[in-house]
Design a protein around this ligand. Structure first.
Ligand code: SAM
Ligand code: SF4
Length: 326
């Protein structure tokens, strides 16, 4: 799959549900209206879609959400997609909030998953409960340990939030060093309406990096994964620090990905509404129709996102990250 700018799409992120057992303040509104079940792709439809992507050259699939591990049957889906590893697919990964890892880690490993991203914005129980509106830090930390013991490589994702965790980022990095987890910091993006004012919470990562450099030697790494992160080696901790800076840097030239919402709508870009809807094509049209719609998506895939944060920031798109799949 090649878009009109010559970018080759080898990576697909699939949201398997828009539901979640947490309500992170920058991600969701407190009361979210979730989609009726019939609008969501069945597990069989998602597996069939994954096969179409793999046939078209996709090498890496990430299951995300919402919280992917709250979707009933997610391990069966992971096994179905995981069975394609080595037969077109290189890797199946998962992004999770960690609340259910204790019960799912071994099953994910058995399905062929070897790496997971776990979102964790604070190591302080009260702050974690505040950011997630009620999450239990101890359970998440336990789940992370179970995952590591099950053989899953864990990467931690932390959204940098002014006034919430800005004084804690060095501590989170040190904790990752102790656990041998890589850490990726993310700037908050204006996606969907939430109660919080994102302008107040926006924390540019270049300042975070300068502060960390007073404590750690950060060596810029040449490693690029086709993704948006820039990496630094933190030699004294033996881990890698990634920074995703959608607002201070635009990283779209090397974009290799598209995103499937739980409804089967596929988006060419996180920050635009350009999309095609594959659900009816999957249900009634068949693979040829799906292929034609994907061609249409690729032809119109936007060149770059255009996130801005400032006075009176409005969301770049109305949909929340939990719809598109972060
Ligand atoms: N529930 C899973 C989790 O939290 O990892 C997977 C889905 S979540 C939408 C994926 C990632 O998106 C998380 O790391 C989360 O912190 C991030 N995220 C959500 N909304 C965001 C926003 N507005 N700006 C930046 N990152 C966001
Ligand atoms: Fe749920 Fe993940 Fe969004 Fe938090 S970031 S509300 S865990 S989907």
């Amino acid at each position: 799959m090649v878009d009109s700018f010559g970018r080759i799409i080898t990576y697909v992120r699939i949201s398997v549900t828009d539901r979640c057992d947490l309500r992170c303040r920058y991600c969701m509104a407190e009361r979210m209206q979730f989609l009726p079940r019939r609008e969501i792709l069945t597990l069989e439809e998602i597996a069939a879609l994954a096969d179409i992507f793999i046939a078209r050259g996709v090498r890496k699939i990430r299951l995300t959400g919402g919280e992917p591990l709250v979707r009933r049957g997610v391990l069966e889906l992971a096994s179905a997609i995981g069975s394609r590893i080595g037969a077109g697919l290189d890797e199946l990964t998962v992004t999770t909030n960690g609340t259910r890892l204790e019960h799912f880690a071994a099953g994910l490993y058995a399905a062929g998953v070897r790496r997971i991203n776990v979102s964790l914005d604070s190591l302080r129980a009260d702050r974690f409960a505040h950011v997630t509106r009620g999450g239990d830090l101890a359970g998440v930390l336990h789940g992370i340990d179970v995952a590591a013991q099950a053989g899953l490589a864990v990467k931690i994702n932390t959204v940098a939030l002014a006034g919430i965790n800005d004084d804690e980022i060095a501590a989170i990095l040190r904790w990752c060093g102790q656990k041998s987890f890589d850490l990726t910091l993310i700037e908050t993006m204006p996606l969907g309406e939430v109660e919080e004012d994102r302008t107040d919470r926006y924390l540019p990562l270049d300042g975070v990096r300068r502060a960390l450099e007073e404590e750690f030697a950060l060596t810029p790494s040449l490693r690029r994964t086709g993704g948006p992160a820039r990496y630094y080696e933190v030699a004294e901790l033996g881990v890698r620090l990634g920074m995703i800076t959608p607002l201070t840097n635009n990283f779209c030239d090397g974009c290799n990905r598209i995103r499937v919402a739980a409804t089967g709508t596929v988006y060419g870009c996180l920050g635009h509404d350009q999309k095609v809807d594959l659900r009816d094509a999957l249900r009634e049209g068949g693979p040829a129709q799906v292929d034609a719609l994907l061609d249409q998506l690729l032809a119109g895939k936007p060149r770059r996102h255009d996130f801005r944060i400032g006075p009176a920031t409005v969301p770049a798109v109305a949909r929340h990250m939990s719809v598109t799949g972060g």
